[in-house]
Design a protein around this ligand. Structure first.
Ligand code: PGA
Length: 253
């Protein structure tokens, strides 16, 4: 069985400022030094990529972005290409976050194009999937997650997933303080891994599947203790140094 190292990635969303970022990043570096077995990353707003690069290069903390254009270049006002992210030495980029799907009309086909653009440039996409509350209550969680996953598998092939990270983020748990129970999360993580295993056992065994949705210092350890949860995508708690550091530490072992 493949041993998967854990990843804890912060998703700052549209938060931050030069001064507060500097304090936060310095505290994160200092507070997680020596945690070598846990991969740590922060996905920051575009304007702060240069600051992240400056402060994080030569440290153990990786950085990335929260969105990317599926075009390589051209007349696309307001868009940012994958090559531009690479210019700032990003390692990760989030694609298909539910806030992008819900508020910016990104469907699964669009997300697959973004996934492809990111990977073609050498970035590691963090592909977000997850159901809404109404979908969970109608017992279609697995269908929803399968559709979101299959769109990428069908367009990019199963091997593309080997160089990516999946984040299961139930929409009803994001920013609500309502976390999925470890058992609820584990069920969906296992479903995702099984679906991938049906295509390729090795890819399934090595793929990191993160949980996201109100992960906090006080619930991270229990979530990360589940067999198919390989870390977390952290929103609100990634903006508070002590919370984020404690979550990173909870990913150890
Ligand atoms: P949250 O956000 O931790 O604030 O719930 C998670 C996310 O949206 O990635």
């Amino acid at each position: 069985m493949a041993t998967r190292s854990k990843l804890v990635a912060g998703n700052w969303k549209m938060h931050g400022g030069l001064m507060q970022n500097q304090d936060l990043l310095k505290e994160i570096i200092a507070g997680t030094v020596g945690l070598r077995e846990v991969h740590i990353a922060v996905c920051v707003p575009y304007p702060y990529l240069s600051q992240a690069q400056l402060l994080l290069q030569d440290t153990h903390v990786y950085w990335g972005a929260q969105n990317v254009s599926y075009y390589a270049q051209g007349a696309y006002t307001g868009e940012v290409s994958a090559a531009m992210l690479v210019d700032f030495r990003c390692r990760y980029v989030i694609v298909g976050h539910s806030e992008r799907r819900a508020s910016y009309g990104e469907d699964s086909a669009t997300v697959a194009l973004k996934f492809n653009a990111a990977q073609a440039a050498g970035l590691t996409p963090i592909l977000c999937v997850g159901e809404t509350l109404a979908q969970r209550e109608s017992a279609v969680t697995e269908q929803v997650v399968a559709e979101q996953l299959d769109a990428v598998i069908e367009s990019e092939g199963i091997n593309a997933l080997a160089k990516s990270v999946i984040a299961y983020e139930p929409v009803w748990a994001i920013g609500t303080g309502k976390t999925a129970t470890p058992a609820q999360a584990q069920d969906v993580h296992a479903f995702i891994r099984d679906r991938i295993a049906a295509h390729d056992l090795e890819v399934a065994a090595s793929l990191k599947i993160l949980y996201g949705g109100s992960v906090k210092a006080n619930n991270a350890q229990e979530l990360f203790g589940m067999p198919d949860i390989d870390g977390g995508l952290i929103g609100g708690a990634s903006l508070i140094a002590n919370e984020f550091i404690t979550i990173c530490r909870a990913a150890k072992n």
